[in-house]
Design a protein around this ligand. Structure first.
Ligand SMILES: [Zn+2]
Length: 317
């Protein structure tokens, strides 16, 4: 894990892998089902380091040449397959090349490891060409398929892998990890702005994300109270240089939080008054509208108009 602090939430999954290895029952294909941004690739690299580290007692040490090579994607026995530039898929030629590579003898301690990130990017014929290798793998090979969406993998691939679950951290663990990795910053707000896991924020600017979240909350509160009008907000949010995609993601999280909050209040007080019910209805409508807009936003709709009509749903009538 060279360069990054050890993520506390890896521990359970790490214990599972160590136990399987100690019991000589490590599968040849492991599907690592991560929560988005939980660090599936880092965890796969940790496994590769465990298998290739020069230190036997305290592997993976993170410091020896083998560990450093794995961390830098330079280990001759560890191959990482990801979509090539300009492509959304891992294609069949990449898999064929890997299969040829796996047939060769390992350079180091004897294991050859292939890491697929994200494994759900395997194009169907690429996945098909991998099946035979998953079924009858060369000795001492390990294929690690990392994905946050295992349902998108072909069932034939899934069924040939053992599974390991990498659950995301608590909000506090995530913020602590980012602070250790990147230094102080408003990490809790930045995490709340994106709804993603800490690994997706390793290169992010926490200040601008926190600002995005605070502005979004303030604008929605003021629109809801009739203090701010949707057209001006829509203009600002879609102005040149404004990151509208991040804004809509942030807005979706805000709506979801309000829905949960309203539902909890109604639950506690048994308030089934028309006011509470209609507010929840409006929130659900707003939530659907935000999701729909996020899907369509690449198309050439008039963004300012679309955001304005979205915000009118929340404006005090
Ligand atoms: Zn090492």
């Amino acid at each position: 894990m060279s360069g990054l602090p050890a993520p506390a939430w890896f521990e359970a999954a790490q214990r599972e892998i160590r136990a399987a290895l100690a019991g000589d029952r490590l599968a040849h294909g492991i599907l690592i089902h991560e929560d988005a941004g939980a660090g599936g690739l880092a965890f796969a690299r940790w496994i590769a380091q465990l298998l290739s580290c020069r230190e036997t007692e305290r592997a993976p040490c993170g410091e020896c040449r083998e560990c450093r090579w794995v961390a830098a994607d330079q280990h001759p026995d560890v191959t990482r397959l990801a979509p090539l530039e300009d492509s959304n898929y891992i294609v069949v030629d990449q898999v064929r090349e890997l299969i040829a590579e796996l047939a060769l003898t390992a350079h180091g301690r004897g294991y050859k490891v292939a890491i697929f990130t994200p494994a759900d990017a395997l194009y169907p014929n690429a996945a098909n060409s991998l099946l035979k290798t998953l079924e009858e793998p060369p000795r001492r090979t390990l294929m690690l398929l990392v994905t946050s969406q295992p349902a998108r993998l072909m069932a034939t691939v899934r069924s040939r892998c053992s599974r390991i679950r990498l659950k995301g951290p608590t909000a506090a663990e995530a913020a602590t990890f980012l602070e250790a990795a990147r230094g102080p910053g408003p990490w809790a707000e930045a995490l709340a702005a994106t709804g993603g896991g800490p690994f997706s924020l390793l290169d992010a600017d926490p200040e601008s994300l926190a600002k995005l979240r605070n502005e979004t909350i303030q604008a929605m509160n003021e629109i809801g109270a009739g203090k701010l009008q949707p057209p001006g907000v829509a203009e600002r949010w879609t102005a040149k240089g404004a990151d509208i995609a991040a804004r809509l993601a942030c807005l979706e999280i805000w709506v979801t939080e309000r829905i949960l909050e309203s539902a909890a209040i109604r639950d506690v007080t048994h308030l089934s008054g028309a006011g509470g019910a209609s507010k929840i209805c409006r929130l659900f409508e707003l939530s659907d509208a935000v999701r729909e807009m996020r899907k369509q936003f690449q198309t050439s709709i008039n963004k300012t108009m679309a955001v304005e009509s979205l915000l009118w749903r929340w404006a005090r009538q």
